[in-house]
Design a protein around this ligand. Structure first.
Ligand SMILES: NC(=O)c1ccc[n+]([C@@H]2O[C@H](COP(=O)([O-])OP(=O)(O)OC[C@H]3O[C@@H](n4cnc5c(N)ncnc54)[C@H](OP(=O)(O)O)[C@@H]3O)[C@@H](O)[C@H]2O)c1
Length: 291
C-alpha cells in the first residue's frame, strides 16, 4: 500500500510512519522539510492547493491523518486558527481523498468526552469541554460525512519518543526530572496512558484492515496522571520525589480539563486482534528509548 501520513513531524505521525515503513510505501507529509529515512512531501493542510498537489503527486491508497493543532491551551486562545486547521483542513483533505479514492484513518482524541463517566466505549455520547476537543469532534463528523468508509481512531493520551524534534508528555516529564525540576501531576485526572508504539501498531492494523467507523485505541486500563508519572520515574531510575501530587483545581488552565477520559478497547481487540503490551514491559521499552 501507498500510505500518506500527515503530521509526520509530530509525535504520533512520526511513530506511525516509522512503524509502517517496512511493510508499505510510506510518504511522510510535513509542513516543511523532510523526515530522515522516509520519502517526504510538503503539505500545509490549511491550503487546499497544497493538499491537492501533495495527494496528486503521491497517489496514496490510504491517508493517516494526524496533522492538527494539538495544544489545548493554544486552541482555547486561538480559536479561529484551531478551527481552520483541525476542521477546515480536515475537510479539505477528506474532499481530496474522496476525489482520489484514498481511504482515510483520522486520528482523534479521548478528550471528545467530558470525563464524568470514564472507560468510554464507542457508543458513548461525546461531550467535549475544550475548544480543541470540540474541533477534533467536528473533524470526526466532517470525515464521516465525506468518507463513510473512513476509520475514526480515537486514541488515548500517548507516551513514547516521537517527532522531529521529539515531543509530548514523556519527553517533557523525563527532561524535567533529569533537570532536577519539580513536576506537579494530577491525582484526580485519569487517562488510559497508551504506549506510543502500541498506538502506532493499532493505527497500522486499522489502516491495513477493512474496518470502517469509530474505534477507541487504548491499552484498556487507566491510571491517574500522578500514578503514571511515578511509575515512569521509578522505571527510569529518576528521582520520584520530584513528582508532586496536585489536584486539577490547584493548577489553572485556559482549556477546561475532564476528570476521567479513559477508553475501553473491546471493539478494537475484537475487530483486529490487537493486544496491548503489558504496562511494565512498555516502561522497559520507554527506558531504552531515552537512554
Ligand atoms: N499526543 C496525544 O497524546 C494525543 C492523544 C489523543 C489524540 N491525539 C491526536 O493525534 C494526532 C497527532 O497528535 P500528536 O501528539 O502527534 O501532535 P503533535 O506532536 O503536535 O503533531 C501535530 C503535527 O501536525 C502538524 N501540523 C499542524 N498544523 C499543520 C498544518 N497547517 N499543516 C500541516 N501540518 C500541520 C504539526 O506540524 P509542525 O511539526 O510543523 O508543527 C505537527 O507535526 C492529533 O490529531 C491529535 O489530536 C494525540
Amino acid at each position: 500500500m501507498r500510505v500518506l501520513v500527515t503530521g509526520s513531524a509530530g509525535q504520533i505521525g512520526w511513530r506511525i510512519a516509522r512503524h509502517l515503513k517496512d511493510r508499505h510505501h510510506v510518504i511522510a507529509a510535513v509542513r516543511t522539510g523532510n523526515i530522515e529515512g522516509v520519502e517526504s512531501v510538503e503539505m500545509d493542510i490549511t491550503q487546499p492547493f497544497s493538499i491537492r498537489l501533495a495527494v496528486d503527486r503521491t497517489m496514496p491508497d490510504a491517508v493517516v491523518h494526524c496533522a492538527a493543532m494539538t495544544s489545548a491551551d493554544e486552541c482555547e486562545k486561538e480559536r479561529d486558527a484551531c478551527w481552520h486547521v483541525n476542521v477546515e483542513g480536515t475537510r479539505a483533505l477528506a474532499e481530496e481523498c474522496k476525489t482520489d479514492g484514498a481511504r482515510m484513518v483520522y486520528v482523534s482524541t479521548d478528550l471528545v468526552f467530558d470525563g464524568e463517566k470514564g472507560n468510554y466505549a464507542e457508543e458513548d455520547a461525546p461531550n467535549p469541554l475544550s475548544h480543541y476537543a470540540k474541533s477534533k469532534l467536528a473533524g470526526e463528523r466532517v470525515v464521516a460525512e465525506i468518507l463513510p468508509d473512513a476509520v475514526i481512531a480515537r486514541t488515548a493520551i500517548v507516551y513514547g519518543k516521537g517527532g522531529v524534534p521529539p515531543r509530548g508528555f514523556a519527553v517533557w516529564l523525563v527532561d524535567a526530572l533529569r533537570a532536577g525540576k519539580k513536576v506537579p501531576l494530577f491525582t484526580d485526572q485519569f487517562r488510559s496512558h497508551f504506549y506510543l508504539e502500541d498506538c502506532a501498531r493499532a493505527v497500522g492494523l486499522l489502516t491495513e484492515g477493512k474496518q470502517n467507523g469509530l474505534f477507541h485505541l487504548s491499552p484498556g486500563w487507566r491510571q491517574s496522571r500522578h500514578e503514571f508519572g511515578l511509575a515512569v520515574a521509578r522505571a527510569m531510575g529518576l528521582d520520584e520525589r520530584l513528582i508532586e501530587a496536585v489536584s486539577m483545581k490547584d493548577v489553572p488552565s485556559d482549556a477546561p480539563r475532564p476528570k476521567d477520559c479513559s477508553l475501553a478497547n473491546g471493539k478494537l481487540v475484537r475487530a483486529t486482534g490487537f493486544t496491548p503490551t503489558p504496562f511494565a514491559d512498555t516502561l522497559k521499552m520507554l527506558k531504552r528509548e531515552f537512554f
